[in-house]
Design a protein around this ligand. Sequence first.
Ligand code: PYC
Length: 311
Amino acid sequence: MHIRVVDSHTGGEPTRLVLSGGPDLGAGSVRERRERWRADFDAVRSAIVNEPRGSDAIVGALLCEPADATCHFGAIFFNNVGYLGMCGHGTIGVVATLAYLGRIRPGEVRIETPVGAVSAELHGNGDVTVRNVPSFRYRADVEIPGHRGVTGDIAWGGNWFFQVRGKSPIELSMGNLDELTAFTWRIRQALREAGVAGADGGEIDHIELFSEPVNRAAHSRNFVLCPGRSYDRSPCGTGTSAKMACLYADGKLKPGERWVQESITGSTFEGRIEVVNGEIVPFIRGSAFVTAEAELVIDERDPFRWGIPAE
Ligand code: PYC
């Protein structure tokens, strides 16, 4: 089996775009095809993103035909442990890669994802602005079971987030990655054990901490724990969407106002929201760079051909 991929990174967070050789998922919406992939071909997901070909940080994106006639492409995002709803840094990576391959020109491109259609504008300088799915705060100021006094908001930005309120008790610096990972993982476990979930019963699998930014041009710095225990090197597009929905709900961000989110690595996304028919629509601007073009080889004789499972 040979799988053609192009790798990129968006603010330090890698995206591996699968162009051909992926599983045959048949017809149906991108959401239905994601479920078919999960049920019948999950080993291929692991082979693409897990070691020895990948790493815990890589988010994969399978490029496919859209079922939604208003879209140009479909994309299914996946990671070291499973599948995502949407992925902001991944969409920026997909669009920058399509531009690198000469498949799109500056202008708008619409992409069907498992949680709805998003659009992206490719700017003349290579930046990409993603118009994400509508985002919202589901519950405010929820106390984390077993963590007295630590509260947070549950919000949707294309994935479910628990965003811890106030300043992170651990400094958001690269030297503290182990501590930050352990702390946010404990929060995720506590929420899971207590049955605290998203509005649709979906697992809250992204946990986010905030502090003052280091870069004076930014409004906030974050640390985002991803579902497979790796951290987001970028400011997280879906997390920034969820954050802006919470800020709007608190009266701290107005439609059209800029919100610059800095990641733990120092990379930034520029965000804003619009309110359309009563829904909060986030826009996220960032840039991505292609890092490799490759053909993954899955050799029948290789005992690790389907990757080393991350969990
Ligand atoms: O940018 O939305 C994002 C994202 C989700 C997980 C990793 N990055």
